[in-house]
Write a protein that binds this ligand. Structure first.
Ligand SMILES: *Cc1c(COP(=O)(O)O)cnc(C)c1O
Length: 415
C-alpha cells in the first residue's frame, strides 16, 4: 500500500503534493465558457437586485470582499508575509460559496426555459423573469438538489424566489437551522437517513422520474463548475486594486475547503486560466474523516473510490465537506491542474473558528476553518524548493466559504 494511502487510512493529517501537476486541465472548459457565465450573471443582475434586498445594494452582483487580515497572518505565518481572506463566508442571499454555482445554475435553467417558451430574448431586461407570465411557467417546474445544507440554501432560495417548486434532499448531517431557514423561504425539505452520496442518489432517481423537473447534479454539473469559476474574474480585479496581481515571481497560494470539489475546482480552474498555471497555486483542504478528493487523486480512481472503502467514517462537523466520493467531472479536471491537497483533524476547526472571530471579527462555519493550517503545511514542505519559489514572495489566500447565517452562540465566547 502506498504511503499516502496509509496516511489517509490512519487519519493522519498530511499534505499531498500532486506529482502529476502541470497546472492544466482536460481542456473540457475554456476561458470563453467562463466569459459566457460572467455575461449571463450580468444579464441577470437587474433580476437579482429586484428579488433580493441583499443583492440590490450591489446592483444584483453577488460578490464578497477580499480582506487583508494582518492579525490572523501573525498567527498563521510565523515568518511573516501577506495573508488574505476571500470572504465568501459572507456572500449575500445564500450565505456561502454555494451562492456562486447554485444561483448560477438556477438562472441558466430559468433563462433557457423562458427563451424556449418565447418569453425572453437576449436583449430584454431580465426583470421580466419576475413577472406573472414567467412565474406561471416556472411554477410548472420542479428544481431539485441534494445537499448537506449550503447548496440547498443557495438553490432552494433562488428557485423559490423565481416561483419554481424547489425540493431539497438533505443528508442526515444537515444542520437543523439550515432546514428551518429553507422551509421559511418556501422550499420543500426531504430528510434522508443516509449521507450526502445517498441523498443525491435517491434525489436524482426521484427527480428523473418526475415530469417537468430538473436535478442540479453536484456530482457532474458543468453549470455549477462554471458558476464557481466566475469568482476568478472578480478576485483578479480585487487583487489588481490592491497591487497584488500574482506572477511567477510573486505567486498566490490559494487554500480552498473541498467537499465534492465543484466550488474549489471551478475557482482553481478560473484562477489558473486567468493568471496561468504557475502564478496561482491551489491546495484543497479536507477533513481527515472525509478526504474524498485526496483519495480519488492519490489513487487515480477519482469518483470510483469512496472514503468508506478505506475504513473511514465520513463523519465531520464540517458539514459542507462531509462527502464520501468526489465529483467525477471535477476530480478528472483537477488530476493535472491541482497543486496539492491536505487533510486536517476536526479538533482544529472550532479553535480556528474562534480565532478568526476574535482576531478579525469574521463569523465562519467549521468547514471554512479547514484551510487554516494550509500555509504552514505548504511552507514546511518541499513545494517552494521544488518550484524555485522564494517563500518570502508568496501571498497566501484562505478562501472562507460559509457562515453569514450561522446562528450566533459564538457571541458568548470570551477570547
Ligand atoms: C459546499 C461547501 C464547500 C465545498 O464545496 P464543494 O463544491 O462541495 O467542494 C466548502 N465550504 C462550504 C461552507 C460549503 O458549503
Amino acid at each position: 500500500m502506498s504511503d499516502n494511502l496509509q496516511l489517509l487510512r490512519s487519519r493522519t493529517p498530511f499534505l499531498w503534493l500532486n506529482p502529476h501537476a502541470t497546472g492544466k486541465g482536460t481542456g473540457d472548459f475554456t476561458l470563453s465558457d467562463m466569459l459566457d457565465a460572467e455575461a449571463r450573471l450580468a444579464r441577470c443582475a437587474p433580476l437579482l437586485a429586484q428579488l433580493f434586498d441583499e443583492a440590490a445594494v450591489t446592483n444584483g452582483i453577488i460578490e464578497s470582499p477580499l480582506l487583508k487580515v494582518p492579525n490572523l497572518a501573525r498567527r498563521l505565518l510565523p515568518n511573516g508575509g501577506t495573508l488574505l481572506l476571500k470572504a465568501d463566508h459572507d456572500l449575500p442571499v445564500a450565505g456561502s460559496i454555494k451562492a456562486r454555482g447554485g444561483i448560477y445554475e438556477v438562472l441558466a435553467f430559468a433563462e433557457k426555459l423562458a427563451m424556449d417558451h418565447g418569453l425572453l430574448t437576449l436583449g430584454d431586461n431580465y426583470r421580466k423573469l419576475a413577472e406573472p407570465e414567467a412565474r406561471t411557467l416556472f411554477g410548472q417546474y420542479t428544481l431539485a438538489v441534494a445537499s448537506t445544507g449550503n447548496l440547498g440554501l443557495s438553490i432552494g432560495t433562488m428557485a423559490a424566489a423565481l416561483g419554481f417548486r424547489a425540493r431539497v434532499h438533505m443528508s442526515f448531517d444537515a444542520q437543523a437551522w439550515k432546514k428551518e431557514l429553507l422551509r421559511s423561504r418556501g422550499v420543500e425539505v426531504v430528510e434522508h437517513e443516509g449521507d450526502w452520496t445517498e441523498a443525491i442518489r435517491v434525489g436524482r432517481a426521484e427527480t428523473l422520474a418526475m415530469p417537468n423537473a430538473h436535478f442540479i447534479d453536484d456530482e457532474n454539473s458543468r453549470a455549477l463548475f462554471l458558476g464557481y469559476s466566475v469568482a476568478a474574474f472578480r478576485t483578479a480585479a480585487q487583487l489588481r486594486q490592491n497591487g497584488l496581481t500574482p506572477d511567477s515571481e510573486h505567486p498566490l497560494f490559494v487554500y480552498l475547503p473541498c467537499g465534492v470539489g465543484g466550488a474549489p475546482g471551478g475557482i482553481t480552474f478560473g484562477l489558473k486560466t486567468i493568471f496561468g498555471p504557475k502564478a496561482v497555486r491551489c491546495f484543497f483542504a479536507e477533513p481527515t474523516d472525509a478526504p474524498c478528493m485526496t483519495l480519488g487523486l492519490v489513487t487515480g480512481k477519482f469518483n470510483e473510490i469512496s472514503v468508506y472503502d478505506i475504513g473511514l467514517t465520513n463523519r465531520t462537523s464540517a458539514d459542507g465537506l462531509a462527502v464520501s466520493r468526489p465529483s467525477r467531472l471535477v476530480s478528472r479536471e483537477m488530476d493535472t491542474m491541482l497543486d496539492g491537497c491536505f487533510t486536517v483533524p476536526d479538533e482544529i476547526l472550532v479553535p480556528y473558528q474562534q480565532t478568526v472571530r476574535g482576531l478579525e471579527n469574521q463569523k465562519i462555519e467549521h468547514s471554512s476553518a479547514a484551510t487554516f493550517p494550509g500555509p504552514r503545511m505548504v511552507l514546511e514542505s518541499t513545494f517552494c524548493d521544488d518550484h524555485g519559489i522564494n517563500p518570502a514572495n508568496v501571498r497566501h489566500l484562505l478562501w472562507t466559504t460559509g457562515g453569514r447565517y450561522l446562528p450566533d452562540p459564538l457571541k458568548s465566547f470570551v477570547y
